[in-house]
Design a binder for this molecule. Structure first.
Ligand code: COA
Length: 312
């Protein structure tokens, strides 16, 4: 039995905030933002709800996978910015997509949410609990952004990414495992109280990220008996280009191996990784057998990595 990615999708809301827009809002400059974060533009959901973005990304992934609503027997959504506290975004999505009465669950693991959600879905498939799982990461962060705090407001954007995970009886390939972790005692470094705004100690988050990303990459690859050099692409969470570059330098990786979208989209929390994956897929850059490693960290702190072979 294997669980493999059968299709991907994404949605980015149409409105865009450029660095020039921030120059009009706070004391900053394009040079500072690009130099310290790598970000040039981010999309913001002015007119769409989180569920609208999740639905659009899910439909795109289902179409890409060639699967009908009746095929889906599990929905896992990662979000820390649902439109309402309950019902879950997963149940909302089930209703919007006309899915049968299936397992629907929201996961709250902040920017590591996609890695956590894929793990849940893949394990469910591998133990016979589901055959076709819809995994969606959808984040409408911008209403929680404090647009008077120049150190954090420039970082975030909105968007949604989705994958369809399928199970079949073939051996090998597909999802190869993941490593999930959390460190709750550092929780105050990055938080948002209900109805509130993002509060962040940027330096602490930065330090944590550059420490744990290599740690989980190495542990996961060692467990799978693979090396960083075996990976076609590393898809890191997109929080700061300098964090991504630090990982790249540590393994002396060629630039094209590290997937970067932060310049165009900023940090969309758990949506970053599946959006980047969908871009690779739709650009025809993935071949069966390609080894892909996604790695992330976020509020909690949560962190983790997931490893899979692109399969048909
Ligand atoms: N424009 C201009 N100056 C700014 C600025 C902005 N948007 N934001 C901060 N500054 C100033 C600071 O006030 C400081 O000024 P000072 O030296 O006079 O005190 C100076 O720039 C340097 O600030 P510093 O905080 O050291 O910058 P930095 O290079 O560490 O970058 C972050 C700050 C927030 C971009 C960076 O720490 C970061 O990305 N951290 C990770 C955050 C993150 O990823 N959060 C989400 C995780 S999922």
């Amino acid at each position: 039995m294997r669980a493999y990615m059968a299709g991907t999708g994404r949605f980015l809301p149409p409105d865009v905030l450029t660095n020039a827009d921030f120059v009009r809002m706070v004391d900053t400059s394009d040079e500072w933002i690009v130099g310290h974060t790598g970000i040039r533009t981010r999309h913001i959901a002015r007119t769409v709800k989180n569920a609208d973005m999740a639905e659009a990304a899910a439909r795109a992934a289902m179409e890409n996978a060639g699967c009908a609503p009746a095929d889906i027997d599990m929905v896992v959504v990662s979000t820390v910015t649902p439109d309402r506290a309950y019902p879950s975004l997963a149940c909302d999505l089930q209703n919007r997509l006309g899915l049968p009465d299936v397992f629907c669950l929201d996961v709250s693991a902040a920017c590591s949410g996609f890695i956590y959600a894929v793990d849940l879905a893949a394990r469910h498939i591998l133990t016979g609990g589901a055959r076709t799982a819809l995994v969606v990461s959808s984040e409408k962060l911008t209403p929680t952004v404090d647009y008077t705090d120049r150190a954090s407001c420039i970082l975030f954007g909105d968007g949604a990414g989705a994958v369809v995970l399928k199970g079949d009886e073939r051996q090998g390939g597909g999802w190869l495992g993941s490593l999930l972790a959390a460190r709750g005692d550092d929780g105050a470094a990055l938080q948002c109280v209900p109805g509130g705004r993002i509060k962040m100690d940027g330096h602490e988050v930065f330090r944590f990220a550059v420490r744990v990303m290599p740690e989980v990459i190495e542990k996961l690859l060692a467990r799978a008996g693979r090396a960083v050099s075996d990976c076609k692409f590393i898809i890191p969470h997109q929080a700061n280009l300098r964090i991504i570059k630090a990982v790249q330098r540590r393994y002396a990786l060629p630039e094209e191996k590290m997937v970067v979208t932060i310049d165009r989209y900023g940090n969309m929390s758990s949506a970053c990784i599946p959006i980047a994956l969908d871009e690779l897929n739709r650009a025809g850059r993935l071949e069966p057998g390609d080894l892909l490693l996604a790695v992330g960290f976020g509020a909690g702190f949560t962190y983790g990595a997931t490893l899979f072979e692109w399969s048909e």
